[in-house]
Design a protein around this ligand. Structure first.
Ligand code: KIV
Ligand code: ZN
Length: 407
């Protein structure tokens, strides 16, 4: 049933949410460094991957998928570096359901505090017939053998039924059951091509839970792409229907139209916690900083009207809205900017602000600029500040993005 349209208890005077002891924890699996990195032009070097992975750990994600180690020797080294140095989250490496990939994935993640091997194989007839040229039975056998093989190395094995949302339901159930039997600890049900619709995808998750009782022994995960702009809606529908892990990326970066956006999922669950009866354990105050870092290192600007992290996400421009906000912020804000790490500043930046104030604010926003980059940002800052009376953090982030992405 729909909840009443009354605002959930957003208490503007209480800085931390009260965690309901009964609500389900939703595990956040970040794949910015794997699915996100598949975007053309977004390739990261080892140092950059480590920088993002360390920030993801500060953000408190449960799992970092650090890469696809068999894709290149450089990616193998990058995943190894993340596995050795980043503490806290599970570190996962992706592998096709073949021994060689699994060997390399294990080489990559074995030194992690908590390693995971993530194996995938297509389950839809379209993938089986047109890409893999296999029949269902031999693909099922391959999946089971791959899970058993990965399990020899690693206790934590995730299995993904690629293109699950276009797969035959009974076959999907058989594959999932067999992979759990073979030792999979997480079962992921991807909407690989962003084809699903929220009601349908929610129903798929609910039906899987009903038809495969063994899913109660493992973590049921979802992974949605954004080809129809529905990746977040589909992921949330899945959460409502029993998914316990959501795979997503910072700023929604990823193949084609991207993946489900982490910040939107986390803040939707947090803002509507009683509706979902679920929570995540992320430190949401690190969201903005992480978003800026990913945008800068991957060279992918964030659109101004992007929910949660866009430069206009908390900007109120019409007179009526500004008047409302000044009277009571809850009139036009459902999220406090501070909760995603956009600070309310007592220090107002204007054309007269000194370099030290500018540098300080940039550091607060997560930017560590070289002297040369700082000079360019300062010059543009002065230009903009001459026209605008005050420069907000969002203005500043836009200035930095323009300067750092300029070729
Ligand atoms: O979209 C997809 O199906 C994937 C899998 C490898 C999980 O990225
Ligand atoms: Zn994907």
């Amino acid at each position: 049933p729909l909840s009443t349209p009354v605002q959930e208890s957003l208490n503007w005077n209480t800085p931390q949410r009260k965690e309901s002891t009964m609500s389900r924890k939703i595990h956040i699996f970040d794949t910015t460094l794997r699915d996100g990195e598949q975007v053309p032009g977004a390739k990261l070097n080892r140092r950059q991957k480590l920088e993002i992975a360390e920030q993801l750990a500060r953000l408190g994600v449960d799992v970092i998928e650090a890469g696809f180690p068999c894709s290149s020797p450089e990616d193998l080294k990058a995943v190894q570096t993340v596995a050795e140095q980043v503490k806290g989250p599970v570190i996962a490496g992706l592998a096709r359901a073949v021994q060689q990939d699994i060997d390399i994935a294990w080489e990559a993640v074995k030194k992690a505090e908590r390693p995971r091997i993530h194996v995938f194989l297509g389950s839809s007839d379209i993938h089986l017939q047109k890409k893999l040229r296999r029949d269902r039975e031999s693909a099922l056998h391959q999946a089971v053998e791959a899970v058993k093989y990965a399990k020899k190395y690693c206790e934590d094995v995730e299995y993904s039924t690629e293109d699950a949302s276009r797969s035959d339901f009974d076959y999907l159930c058989r594959v999932i059951e067999a992979c759990i039997q073979a030792g999979a600890t997480v079962i992921n049900v991807p909407d690989t091509v962003g084809y699903a619709l929220p009601e349908q995808y929610g129903e798929l998750i609910r039906n899987l839970r009903e038809k495969v009782p063994a899913l109660d022994k493992v973590i049921l995960s979802v992974h949605c792409h954004n080809d129809l702009g529905l990746a977040v809606a589909n992921s949330l529908a899945a959460v409502r229907n029993g998914a316990e892990q959501v795979e997503c990326t910072i700023n929604g970066v990823g193949e084609r139209a991207g993946n489900a956006s982490l910040e939107e999922i986390v803040m939707a669950i947090r803002t509507r916690e009683s509706f979902f009866d679920a929570h995540t354990t992320l430190n949401t105050k690190e969201i903005y900083r992480t978003s800026r870092m990913v945008s800068r290192l991957m060279n992918i600007p964030v659109q101004p009207n992007k929910a949660i992290v866009g430069s206009n996400a908390f900007a109120h421009s019409s007179g009526i809205h500004q008047d409302g906000i000044l009277k009571d912020r809850s009139t036009y804000e459902i999220i406090r900017p501070e909760d995603v790490g956009i600070k309310a500043h007592s220090l107002v930046l204007t054309a007269r602000s000194g370099r030290a104030a500018l540098r300080h604010r940039l550091e607060e926003l997560g930017y560590e600029l070289t002297d040369e980059q700082f000079q360019k940002v300062h010059k543009r800052f002065l230009n903009v500040a001459d026209r605008k009376k005050e420069i907000s953090s969002q203005d500043l982030a836009t200035i930095v993005e323009i300067e750092l992405t300029k070729v």
